[in-house]
Design a binder for this molecule. Sequence first.
Ligand SMILES: [Zn+2]
Length: 112
Amino acid sequence: MSLNIQRNDQVEVISGADRGKRGRVLRVIPGESRILVEHVRVVKKNVRPNPQRNIKGGIAEQEAPIHISNVLLVCPSCGATRIGHKFEGDTKVRVCKKCGATLAAKSKSKRK
Ligand SMILES: [Zn+2]
């Protein structure tokens, strides 16, 4: 099964404690079908100081992976949506199942 979610996608969480939150996909872990979403499932971690790597001790906040079945891709016009596929020439693209808009990956964008 291929993953419909890619890095830098805008997704909405549809279950769990962070339900309704939206964020950008920071990382995809294909082997586990899990993703890291910015500001979603943030956990506090105690960090030990490590002077060699210039890390100060204390409490750091970090996103924990969530399963891709817990998120939906966000369509710019419809909001959270299911994804379909179609071919544009030889390229398979993702489309919004509601309005049919092409949902291109924004991986080349430098904007945050
Ligand atoms: Zn749409």
